[in-house]
Write a protein of this length. Structure first.
Lengths: 115, 116
């Protein structure tokens, strides 16, 4: 069982909806990540938080808004999405970032469908 | 930014045979190379990793080799079993788009099928 918990497992939303994906870890990790994975493709990095501060934004459209309320929680707020944003959204955590990254632990993902 | 290529895209082997998956990377500053296994409906799970100061690492039936000069690294699975069937991703940790932080870039994935 993964130690990174993501909710919801499945989400269907319209293009005008506002929804959020949530991620939680209790391993004491100080870096948390959002990845997007399309079918039969590798995960693509979206955001990295290190010590609760956004350290990497891979030029993600503003309709995706990350939030890190504390070191254990990571949210991804979704607004005005497009059908092409439908994908598996993976959360991950690691001990640190940069040279101290270590292993990334992934959650099982939230499968998003945008109608 | 980093670019990671992975081959083959699909690989079918008989149980007990060996499987080899190869990756190349572009950023000479990359220094960490993990391999992930992703089963259907699950997130990727680390199976082995290697750092740039090491040429080879082995963990039971799994081994990884790294050639820094040629910028390629490989995953070797011996005595394959049906439960090894999954998608395998290599990755390289290099510089982000802004060059200010390190980021993990994944290869395109290899679907391994182990047949009885």
């Amino acid at each position: 069982d993964t130690e990174v918990t993501q909710t919801p497992k499945h989400l269907v939303m319209g293009m005008t909806n506002k929804k959020s994906l949530k991620c939680e870890q209790h391993m004491g990790h100080r870096a948390m990540y959002w990845f997007k994975q399309k079918a039969k493709k590798p995960p693509e990095l979206m955001f990295v938080y290190s010590y609760e501060k956004l350290s990497i934004n891979e030029s993600v459209p503003s309709r995706f808004s990350p939030e890190c309320p504390n070191s254990s929680l990571l949210n991804l707020h979704l607004h005005a999405l497009q059908p092409e944003d439908s994908a598996l959204y993976l959360c991950a955590s690691s001990q640190g970032q940069g040279a101290n990254t270590g292993e990334l632990f992934f959650g099982e993902g939230s499968r998003l469908t945008v109608l | 930014g980093e670019n990671v290529e992975q081959h083959p895209s699909t690989l079918s082997v008989q149980e007990g045979d060996s499987a080899v998956i190869k990756c190349t990377y572009s950023d000479s500053a990359s220094n960490y190379f993990p391999w992930y296994k992703q089963e259907l409906g699950k997130g990727p799970q680390l199976i082995i990793d290697i750092r740039s100061n090491v040429g080879e690492k082995k963990d039971q039936r799994i081994a990884v080799t790294l050639n820094k000069t040629a910028k390629h690294f490989s995953l070797h699975i011996t005595e394959t079993q049906p439960e090894d069937s999954a998608v395998y991703f290599c990755a390289a940790r290099g510089r982000s788009l802004t060059g200010t932080a390190s980021k993990l870039t994944f290869g395109t994935g290899t679907r391994l099928q182990v047949t009885l």
